[in-house]
Design a protein around this ligand. Sequence first.
Ligand SMILES: [Fe+2]
Length: 391
Amino acid sequence: MTDNAAALRGNWNYPTAMRFGPGRIAELPDACKAAGMGRPLLVTDPGLANLQMVKDAIARNEAAGIPTGLFAEVKGNPIGKNVEDGLEVYRAGGHDGVIAFGGGSALDAAKAVALMAGQTRPIWDFEDVGDNWMRVDPDGVAPVIAVPTTAGTGSEVGRASVITNEATHVKKIIFHPKMLPVIVISDPELTVGLPPHVTAATGMDALAHCLEAYCAPGYHPMADGIAVEGMRLVKEWLPVAVKDGKNVAARAHMMAAASMGATAFQKGLGAIHALSHPVGAVYDTHHGLTNAVFMPYVLAFNRKAIEPKMTRLAAWLGLPDPSYQSVMDWVLALRKDLGIPHTLKDLGVGNDRLDELSAMAADDPSAGGNPVPIGAPELKQMFVASLEGRL
Ligand SMILES: [Fe+2]
């Protein structure tokens, strides 16, 4: 850490009001009232829409005199059309707020519907580049209540959505400060039904957020503190949550870690996400799983820039002989323990589009947060290492 006072500056944003704990989904009607919603639209994915938890949430609202619509046509890695379709239902139903209910894809699509509720420009005009967000009419952004049902994305405490532009197959980050949900209901009981492989993959996304935020350059000691404790929670509780999905304490700690990761990454992300976004957009792979595959290769590439930080992290995690190597060994052991594949090939990614993917990764906004400056050649080097399993 520098002692140059001029470098000690940054933009810090804390998240939002969170109602955290088992059973708190029962407070949804009260949260709607607190957020000023009299006729919300619940946005989720088709799988969740068939589950009792969504039916219960809508029934509870109806019983409290809050008519609640349902839009469930959100696919994994949501596309612009999902947002447009949701927007149509929102406007036709005369809704006045959005309940974002689900995993990262549902939360992101729902937040985008809320952003677009009263806009006239196309969504791609609000891509997180420069001050594009200033183009948004803030009065046209509907309030959001977020109810996460996975522990990974942390989108419930984020001010952005990742939406794939289906015309170009590029994942775009859509940003506006008012996309931050006004209330979050984090009820770990909603995650007990997640199968082990989804628990593992989403949990690794939370870890990737904490790890990349912690490694990102820039002065944000609050984010750093949140990130290292988030990683400790992942270390202690992700294996438990994967092996014993009904363990509500493990689920709760992972839910906290996920929100912490997304709070921390306001500081920045890095090459893991820069590489993962184009792979997800082109091959439709699971985001958290893709991050988990890339993680050790990116650590290896960044080694020189992050060694002192890794030593401090290792000490906080309680790893033996704290060092860069002990963090690397832990990451590799965790991946193996959770059944995460070791190479990109195992995800079905070939080596025929490497130049294209590397160029897309270089354009991804996450690339700017990597502790070592990277462009397409460096990202290609990491792609090749990840395909071949070379650390
Ligand atoms: Fe992520």
